[in-house]
Write a protein that binds this ligand. Structure first.
Ligand SMILES: [Ca+2]
Ligand SMILES: [Ca+2]
Ligand SMILES: [Ca+2]
Ligand SMILES: [Ca+2]
Length: 615
């Protein structure tokens, strides 16, 4: 059996180098590390498969302000014109692309190998009806698909970021939209005739089903020609059927609260959208696309768009171009439709996120569920308060077989995550489910979830700020705090996890316990092909909270790792279904763990351990 003192308390105050030396005996005895990552680093990051990435997901506006001169995007006038108001969570705060470039040390130190930025294309600066306006700081209201939003900098700033990131072996992933543009088009039947001004949003423009006449669409004269490329100003390239109810066909053909829904059924539109994004690949040599609102676009569009982009990237010397869609669904069956039928190479793994919510966070009492239900979890009618058994994780991973589709890609390509800019942060879910928990327990739960993310199949995504214990107050604007000192009161009163800091301060702190833990997890993952690409098999699960364990095997290198987590607040034990438990050596752990020769594992409350087979 193995001794578990090995890494007990290792996160408390030792350097990362010491930690890694301690957790990887092979490296400390001078044996060459597994070639994968080191080799990939010295060659081009483009040669590295997407399975090997650790993605850091950033909202540029909220990350770092490298150039105060661009904070208003060069737009004169007041807040309603330029959209800059650092005291309001719904407006621009000044972060930009130069800021990201300046913080590459921080991002690299975390162990990230790729940066995913929310859209950086030029947006309508401010949108919405009087009294309910907000700004395009998030980037999802594009008017010009051919240039960087001036609030974020210039195309040259982007080139500098990509060059600097690539020099460190870090990839750059864009967030793209093909479903809609900003809200410019109006309908005569709802808005009335052109007023000669920028017109308000249609609060009430009901959906008109297929088969009924479409609305009479026009571009108000005040915004004539503001979209680029030019063809986007032609209303015939849009659905023009009114606002989506997010049910039935309206989910595909309706406008997202007035955002102009493109006629993606038109093959000409598919080809033109592909041309837009091919240009960015050629011009900037970016490494991947996260695709917004993928489930609101018809399958045929993706069947044409996805292979066109992949082929183009290949021709440009980017054989591992990574594309993953945002499909806000919570079962492998629903999600895999988009890999198997729509032919997207991967989708964000919302199903794993939800399963982690049920097993590691816990479902709050009915009285406290409101925020969860308002952010998209409706797909599971009435989740029971409390904790799901570890079998829920086993069931989820059993669903991996559903992902048969696009180019034989498997679940190892799915980006995995704990929370995001729309649904809310993992720290928020924790606080909501455990309003009275002691801070140390919240930190343990966050660490446990991170460990699962890095040990299990899929490509881990860290939402910026989670590594500093950010919590937020809910979804959307409430989950988009600044890393640089914030002036938003509702951010600055948040209680962070693992830290006494507030968001009123600069939070690029490489000593935060979650930053250090993620760096350690990322380093282990990078050294182990089995964690990045290996097959996964459940070796322990049960009908209560407790131990969930799985092994990862890499056929190419012959390496095998076994990971276990304990989701219970009590010490737990389980028999691992592995051959020769004696041959397993601890690599990394967060508390007492004892593995006896018969395969029985005892694990401390809310703790994890990773073993490597050494004989
Ligand atoms: Ca700025
Ligand atoms: Ca649509
Ligand atoms: Ca519109
Ligand atoms: Ca708050």
């Amino acid at each position: 059996m193995n001794s578990q003192k090995f890494l007990k308390g290792a996160f408390a105050g030792v350097s990362l180098a010491a930690l890694l030396a301690a957790c990887s005996p092979e490296q400390s005895t001078g044996q060459a590390p597994p070639e994968a990552t080191e080799a990939a680093k010295v060659s081009s990051p483009a040669d590295r498969p997407a399975t090997d990435e650790v993605i850091y997901f950033v909202l540029p506006d909220r990350f770092a302000n490298g150039d105060p001169a661009n904070d208003r995007g060069g737009i004169a006038g007041d807040i309603a014109d330029h959209g800059f108001d650092p005291t309001h969570k719904g407006y621009f705060h000044g972060g930009d692309i130069k800021g990201i470039t300046e913080k590459l040390d921080y991002i690299e130190g975390l162990g990230a190998t790729a940066i995913w930025m929310t859209p950086i294309f030029k947006n309508k600066p401010v949108q919405g009806n009087p009294g309910d306006q907000s700004a395009g700081y998030h980037g999802y209201w594009i008017t010009d698909f051919t240039q960087i939003d001036p609030h974020f900098g210039t195309n040259d700033d982007l080139k500098a970021l990509v060059a600097a990131a690539h020099a460190r072996g870090i990839k750059v992933i864009f967030d793209i939209i093909t479903n809609h543009t900003a809200d410019v088009i109006k309908y005569l039947e709802c808005a009335g005739p052109d007023t000669g001004k920028v017109m308000p949003e249609q609060a009430d423009c009901p959906y008109r089903p297929l088969g009924e006449p479409k609305y009479t669409a026009y571009v108000p004269a005040a915004e004539a020609g503001i979209k680029k490329p030019e063809w986007l100003n032609d209303t015939r390239y849009y659905h023009n059927q009114g606002n989506s109810t997010f049910k039935g066909e309206s989910s595909l053909y309706g406008d997202f609260a007035g955002l102009d829904d493109l006629d993606t059924d038109n093959p000409e539109v598919a080809a033109k959208m592909a041309d837009i994004y091919k240009w960015w690949i050629s011009e900037f040599r970016i490494d991947g696309f996260r695709i917004d609102t993928a489930r609101h676009v018809n399958d045929e569009f993706w069947q044409s768009f996805a292979p066109a982009i992949i082929e183009h990237a290949k021709a440009e010397g980017l054989p591992n171009f990574y594309m993953f869609g945002e499909v806000y669904e919570f079962t492998p069956k629903q999600l895999s439709h988009f890999t198997n039928v729509a032919k997207l190479p991967a989708v964000l793994d919302f199903a794993l996120q939800w399963t982690i919510q049920k097993t590691i966070v816990g479902i709050p009492d009915a009285g406290n569920q409101q925020a969860i239900f308002s952010t998209g979890f409706q797909s599971e009618a009435t989740p029971k308060a409390g904790f799901a058994p570890t079998q829920a994780l086993a069931d989820l991973f059993d669903g991996d077989i559903e992902y048969t589709g696009a180019a034989g890609k498997s679940a190892t390509f799915l980006p995995t995550f704990l929370g995001n800019h729309d649904m809310g942060r993992f720290g928020f879910f924790l606080r909501q489910a455990h309003p009275d928990a002691d801070p140390a327990q919240l930190l343990k739960r966050a660490e446990l979830a991170n460990a699962l993310l890095f040990f299990a199949r899929g490509v881990p995504v860290i939402y910026y700020g989670d590594e500093q214990g950010f919590t937020g107050d809910g979804g959307d604007q409430a989950a988009r705090e600044n890393m640089f000192p914030s002036q938003v009161d509702s951010y600055n009163d948040n209680v962070l996890i693992g830290s006494d800091a507030t968001t009123a301060e600069d939070n690029f702190n490489p000593d935060h316990p979650l930053y250090r833990q993620i760096a350690a997890l990322a380093a282990v993952r990078k050294a182990e092909p089995a964690l990045m690409r290996g097959n996964q098999r459940t070796v322990a699960a049960g009908d209560t909270p407790g131990i969930f364990a799985f092994d990862r095997t890499d056929l190419a290198s012959g390496s095998e790792l076994v990971a276990a987590i304990n989701t219970s607040t009590e010490e737990a034990s389980a028999v691992l279904a592995v051959a020769n438990p004696d041959g397993l050596t601890p690599v990394l752990s967060s508390g007492m763990a004892e593995l006896s020769p018969d395969g029985t594992l005892r694990l401390a409350p809310l703790s994890y351990i990773l073993y490597r087979r050494t004989n």
